[in-house]
Design a protein. Sequence first.
Lengths: 267, 333, 267
Amino acid sequence: MKLKKYISLTRAGILESLQFRLSMLVLCAGNLLYLIVIYFLWKAIYASSGQDSVNGMTFHDTLIYLVLATSLFNFMEMYTVWQMGRGIQSGSIVLELLKPMQYKTYMFWSYSGNFVVNFFTTFLPTFIVVCIVTKGAVPLGMNLLYFVIAVVMAVIINYNIDFFVGTICMYTESIWGINIMKQVIVLLLSGATIPIAFFPETIRRIVYYLPFQSIYNAPLTILLNGDPDIKDVAVTLGTQLIWVVVTMVISKLFWKISLPQITVNGG
Amino acid sequence: MAPVIDIKNITKEFKVLNRREGLAGSIKDLFSRDYKIVKAVDNITMSIGQGEIVGYLGPNGAGKSTTIKMMTGVLEPTSGEILVNGKLPYRNRSKNAQNIGVVFGQRSQLWWALPLVESFKLLKDIYQISDEQYDGMMKLYQSLVDIEPLLHKPVRQMSLGQRTLSDILAAFLHDPKIVFLDEPTIGLDVSMKAKIRTLIHALNKEKNTTVILTTHDMGDVDALCRRIVIIDKGRMLYDNDISHLKGFFGSYRTLKIRVDGDLSKESAVIAKEFPEFKVSADDEWISLLVDEEKSTIMDVFTGLQKKRRISDMQLEEISTEDVIRKIYEEGVK
Amino acid sequence: MKRKGLLFYIKLYCKILSQDLKSKMSYRADFIISTIGMIFTNIAGFVSFWIMFRNFSSINGWGYHEMLFLYGFSLVSLTPAQCFFDNNWSLRNYVYTGDFIKYCFRPINLFFYYQSEVFDVKGLGQLAFGLGTVIYSWIKLGLGFTPLMVLKMTVFLLTASLVMIALQTAAAATCFWINNSFYVLDLAYKFRDYAKYPITIFSPVFRTIFTFIIPIAFISYYPSLVILRPDEVPLLSWLSPVFGIAFFYIAYRIWMFGALKYNGTGS
């Protein structure tokens, strides 16, 4: 019976986002436009360089990587920081704290409906278009299964980081500032704007020790490798799992420590 | 004298989406939609003179806000004619705005982060109020309320009551001909309500400003309005003096008595003694709805007392609220 | 009632602005955090730019410093949209909750009154970054320096900025028709990232689209050609001020049209 309450939150989320049919269309169109820009830009870049492969990535690899990174971003963006920040400032968070569920769990599941909708409206169409445009450069095999597992863990890591940053809003009124800093750091260091393979050697090595690359770089590298070495996959997924646990513990702990702030400020 | 607001047979229709239920319904809604036409305001006619305070009443969703939005020029009527200060408000929104003031319940129109006095100064520029007029207004405000502590406080730090008060002062600042007050006392405590009513009353007297007041609070109506307009489901139910409204339903009062013994049996007996009045009983009281045009309360009471020992009694006035509830429920006969 | 001319509005804006700045000072922590966030965004932009050019020395015949000039130009021309028209971001909330109605009762231009309410100081940080970049690349490219060039630069920057303002305003105005228009605005915001690339990388079809329909080519590419490659200035570059004004006017009409048909539901 425990699962049922989560699923009904998911269902409500699906219903809610289906109310906005035009915004779904715009999201699709936006993705498509981005795909076009990225396509021409990198085509020009690769054409100017005169090489087929730079840092081990071909034009198609880069294209697939960047486009799917963006649609993963759209898929995972939960506006958690904004929601928490607004809730904390207006005091309405108190109502959510009274729900018979942990706040963190509640927030996640009430958004989960959007995952389902976004998967079908943004990720899947983009994926299919990319497959067609690159004429089968996306390998379709066991890597898809690993990719799905990696994405699930990426969603959790991303949410934990968001929740951690959202908690900071208990201490400051500047939601915009806090959120933009997080977004910039996550997008750059996770390899969402530029594949990590292009980073200079030293920076790349540092980035691999941070949790961010587990969000975009890990699942996308797995997807692009059609003939995965099971050992490499295990290492990537293992690293992700460690980050899932670490970010979860830290974000929960930080929330627990910060919670007394609310009862002072809120209302 | 020409009326400041003149409304003839206005109607406003809205297109409303019929949403289907459930997940399957939502997906269907994505592809095909089904609209229906709703009349928010249906053929309303009225005319309001300078200096009147009119209570505009009706249950939630009756069409009050829609009418006000048409008078302020935000909405264009689907049909009918509306003239405010002799002009079509929708066509001359900017010009109309110069002659009206608006307070919309809990939505402050002041600059959130600024101290009140700075908001006033900006309004002075926006409405091009002359220095003399501005100073005169501030003097008047000072004489009516203790405005000094409010002036230097940012609006966001004010209590709801202070904010409403400030909003009302801001609405009157440019000496408009008409001020629309949409539920100005909602959510306020008793003393603040009284303060705001006094203020509105004084400003109306002082400046001869027409005030259109929508409210659910009968205290506001009783304290401020001589004339009331009642609408429900977009149609006008009543437009006349408040005293006339009571007369409309006769001059009724309820006499409640307590006697020994079985109340329901006793009430049946009393009903036979006074067949012209409605008699009912609950666990504690027997109630008689007495029409004082037929016989006085004292006569009825003496009549009752002759036959039985009355241990306790109460007399209840019919309040405006009761009358209006009656109109909502039954309409005007 | 006196006529309300341009002078009236300029005076009023200055008054509102000075009041607004005064009250901003009272939120110092918020101001500092937002500014840091803005600086972060810009640094991340430069880092991405730098990483890209580490791997590729030129794009479609455009060298490092020329690209940097385009980038800097776009940052400067985006600043007015950021500083003066930031309230566009809140428009959908005002419309959704019905609070927009409070703007409808003033005897002044609705668009002016709405936009005047917010001045975004942190956009000035972006302006500093942009100007620095333009000046740096200007010197590195050895473009020379005459008063006429400065005049041209100023005029073309200002008119280029009208294009971004137009895009943002038109995108924001969609909320008068669409329930959840955040995605439209977000999409328009993302265009700023594409504005810095030379339009020549696109195929003719998309060149037309990005010139006349979603006119991002006028934010940086066409106007900066006047300075950057004075020997081969296309007609469209000279016409960019005309386009800037035209796009702004169209967007303004769309916004006003939406605002006037706004019926105040949600209350």
